[in-house]
Design a protein around this ligand. Sequence first.
Ligand SMILES: *Cc1c(COP(=O)(O)O)cnc(C)c1O
Length: 406
Amino acid sequence: MQRPIYMDNQATTPMDPRVLEAMLPYFGEKFGNAASRNHPFGWAAEEAVDTAREQIAKLIGAKGKEIIFTSGATESDNLAIKGVVEFYKDKGTHVITAVTEHKAVLDTCKALERSGKAQVTYLGVDQYGMVNPDDVRQAISDKTILISLMYANNEIGTLHPIREIGKLAKEKGILFHCDATQGVGKVPVNVESDGIDLLSLSAHKIYGPKGCGALYVRAKGPRVRLTPQMDGGGHERGMRSGTLNVPGIVGLGHACEVCGQELESEAAHLIGLRTRLYEGLTSKLEEVYLNGHPTQRLPGNLNLSFSYVEGESFLMGVNHDIALSSGSACTSATLEPSYVLKALGVGEELAHTSIRFGLGRFNTAEEVDYVIGRVVEVVERLRELSPLYEMAKEGIDLKSVQWNRA
Ligand SMILES: *Cc1c(COP(=O)(O)O)cnc(C)c1O
């Protein structure tokens, strides 16, 4: 077993060696520009890009021509939301999203509000982080042009009732964008049966390279239009100019193909590891709480709160040999408790004690057992050092204590 152990697969995934191998020729002798229409170098690049389009489309039930290549899911989210709001401004300016979305969606919505281009409703979620389709229905007005909700949450792994929301959007004639960056390749995603009109995905969350992603844009029923956010050579049906990242795109395509082939067996493998980890930890430690939905969650995500154990101190105790994350990787630079856990109604105390275990394709049962041992050791040590834990053990109700603030 190699250490450090990587268990932060919702932040990024290691490259699958099969994906890397497929990419390598495109850094070397197959260097052509996919837009060069009049020589074999260009043809070879274009052919590789077309193959990738088909591989991606197949994984999500789309058609190759509906795939627009981008630099990643952040760009795809920006292009989808800003592109729709700007293109359809005469039809309406209201957008519906949820408070637990990724910053790539939330900050895009905030920018549109600041510039006066849109009014945005941020829906709350239940204790498991799920949006209620009835709340979506109630938020819809005759000005609503777009609903943007994620497939699976990157912190707590909760899966949204996407199919119901997609159906609702169709019924009302509203476009539905889904940030499926965490869902694609992990759970079955199908833009037809899920009723999705725009879908964001990213290669580096599915064992492909960083800096490459895609936006699915529905071509028929309805044909979705976008205002491009990048002006230039009119690549990608005019929606996203810029010379294509051919090696990255080949990697993304190959990553999708492998995910499609292994989706079921990999989910079973990950659920097995997740259950082993959860049972191992909860059988040895008291006061461990699960964040997110008990069953409607990503196979590889386990988010736990360990009472009386400050997440950052915990990570300092383990991070030389286990890569984990407290809250979301994007927000752990600040010591604010995670906005996602807050939205679930997890109290500030418990939110500060949350750890995300992100299991992935290359994790093993042996690694899980090692992680259980180390986590138990560090949690027990920190609890022994915690005056609060001691007080609680002595039966003092911490809520009744009057604290003096400095
Ligand atoms: C990682 C992630 C993003 C951002 O993707 P990049 O390709 O890194 O820009 C957006 N949304 C979700 C849900 C993510 O997990």
